[in-house]
Write a protein that binds this ligand. Structure first.
Ligand code: ATP
Ligand code: MG
Length: 310
């Protein structure tokens, strides 16, 4: 997979691009659905790197699809944005259809709540930094004496704002989140985020993986007034995955996620800088880590999953 070219720019002749995030491009299909395409673009510290990780978009898309299946079985009243894993028929050239086949899904077009619904089972990253300084995480009081990467007494819903491009998300309290989206939706988002995290953490634990924390997004279906799980779910881009057999609180953990790229950027003094290209060994190592966690979580290699779909 590392020998492939990374797909970082994408245009589709038959579909209008309606939005482009750091990693994904969204294309108009009809009034109800959009084609949600994961490119190989790679961001760290909110900056998109110049070159991507070949095949990453495929891994993220197929892993999200796997989770949507697992989660809807585990949580019967969960609604997700997934409509179909096949690109719309008849509007793409054969080359375009081939390009997006495994890296895209057709999803319901929904109004996105301007929140990142983060759930933390363990204390790491920005929450650890806040706890160390103030004894809190997202303003929530935590017990004294926690060590770095300790398991929290119960999983914590710790939202952040969804910052516009180029700006950083800001950690906020659940109370502030309720001011932003309204009490009723805030309560439903929190309930669903915790339920999804709980189901996913149990599933991953059986496969030797700790989901230290993860980020969900939710959208509103205005016709039914339902809060729907959208975006990517439980991927190494949106989550901290730790190998359970190497877990040891009191230090940084080895992880299956972008920590690898973040560590390299920090080491090289490139953190937060624009126009940075990753050397091949960092791209290959990241791709290998992503493929490894894909296999652990789904029980199949990425190649096997692709073959099954063909
Ligand atoms: P990051 O994930 O690193 O924060 P990003 O927010 O720029 O980056 P991408 O993953 O590149 O996100 O792009 C996905 C975009 O699509 C996000 O803005 C997300 O809110 C939006 N989105 C996800 N699902 C839907 C949906 N069903 N309908 C409309 N927009 C959606
Ligand atoms: Mg995203």
């Amino acid at each position: 997979m590392a020998s492939q070219q990374a797909l970082t720019k994408l245009e589709l002749s038959g579909l209008r691009k309606i939005a482009s995030g750091k990693v994904r491009d969204l294309f108009d299909v009809d009034d109800k659905t959009v084609l949600f395409v994961a490119t190989d673009r790679t961001s760290a510290y909110d900056v998109v790197l110049e070159n991507g990780v070949p095949g990453k978009g495929v891994i993220l898309n197929l892993l999200s699809a796997h989770w949507f299946g697992v989660l809807t079985k585990a949580i019967p009243d969960l609604r997700t944005h997934l409509v179909s894993l096949s690109p719309p028929a008849g509007v793409l050239t054969p080359e375009e259809a081939e390009l997006v086949r495994h890296r895209s899904m057709r999803v319901r077009r929904l109004e996105v709540f301007p929140l990142e619904a983060i759930v933390r089972g363990y204390i790491a990253g920005s929450a650890w930094n806040e706890y160390r300084a103030h004894g809190t995480a997202h303003g929530l009081q935590l017990p004294a004496g926690l060590r770095q990467c300790d398991r929290l007494p119960t999983p914590l819903y710790t939202p952040s704002t969804k910052a516009p491009a180029g700006q950083h998300d800001e950690n906020i309290s659940p109370a502030r989140a309720a001011e932003i989206v309204g009490e009723r939706y805030a309560a439903r988002i929190e309930e669903l985020a915790l339920a999804v995290y709980g189901a996913a953490a149990a599933y991953a634990a059986e496969r030797g993986i700790i989901i230290a924390d993860t980020k969900f997004e939710f959208g509103l279906d205005k016709e039914t007034d339902e809060v729907v799980l959208i975006d990517e779910v439980l991927t190494p881009d949106s989550s901290r995955f730790w190998p359970a057999d190497k877990y040891e609180p009191g230090r940084d953990q080895e992880s299956f996620d972008k920590q690898f790229i973040r560590n390299w950027l920090t080491r090289e003094g490139l953190k937060g800088k624009e126009g940075v290209s990753m050397p091949d060994e960092i791209r290959t190592a990241t791709s290998e880590r992503y493929q490894e966690v894909f296999k652990l979580l789904t029980g199949k290699t990425v190649e096997e999953t692709i073959k099954e779909r063909e």
